[in-house]
Design a binder for this molecule. Structure first.
Ligand code: GDP
Length: 186
């Protein structure tokens, strides 16, 4: 089907915010307090005539180190299973935390292309701060801010460039959806 772009990163770096921001709609609620259960969310994106599915695993909130580790393992398992591209998200304001390095370490064996996204670069003054993430060994951190709407088009263009080559039959099948239908009930 359509290429999968899976968002990975430690809690609170802005993964869910990134999904909502790129989608351009509020697909899901962003929690300010940790410990809240969140569902996996996907959104069908269309940029420069390319379709891809953006995925945030959501998962459980984190209470202790064990939950946290299993949450990150969940994300990485999903990325290994289904991703055509992984967005490794970090928080420029917090800077590098041991958990960022742990996530990067766990991704080391993964063959899928990875793009490093330095979120919360709310203005230019944060851009040099983001340089420290070069140490993760994933190339140039792409500075964005979901809050200040910085570099959305830059990021989308880079994502589309990294997608696997398009198959014509897939393109023909995935026309713009006319509407979205939610099925509800007990
Ligand atoms: P997740 O746990 O990685 O999914 O992170 P969330 O999307 O829930 O965001 C965690 C917190 O970071 C929330 O309070 C967001 O409002 C905040 N946040 C997200 N993006 C930005 C940003 O670009 N700049 C700043 N300053 N805060 C942000």
């Amino acid at each position: 089907g359509c290429p999968q772009v899976v968002i990975v990163g430690r809690p609170n770096v802005g993964k869910r915010s990134l999904l909502n921001w790129l989608a351009g709609v509020r697909v899901a609620i962003v929690d300010d307090q940790p410990g809240v259960t969140r569902d996996r969310v996907t959104y069908l994106m269309n940029h420069e005539d390319r379709f891809f599915e953006l995925v945030d695993t959501g998962g459980m909130g984190f209470q202790d180190m064990d939950d946290l580790t299993s949450h990150i393992e969940q994300q990485i398992d999903l990325a290994i299973d289904s991703a055509d591209l992984i967005l490794l998200v970090v928080d420029t304001r917090d800077g590098m935390l041991p958990l960022d390095q742990e996530v990067a370490r766990r991704l080391r064996q993964v063959q899928t292309p990875i793009m490093l996204v330095a979120n919360k670069a709310d203005d230019e003054s944060f851009d040099t701060q983001a340089d420290e993430f070069y140490r993760l060994g994933r190339g140039k951190p792409i500075r964005v801010s979901t809050l200040q709407n910085r570099n959305r088009a830059v990021l989308l263009n880079l994502i589309v460039e990294e997608l696997p080559p398009q198959q014509d039959d897939v393109a023909a099948e995935t026309d713009d959806p006319e509407m979205k239908v939610a099925i509800v009930g007990r």
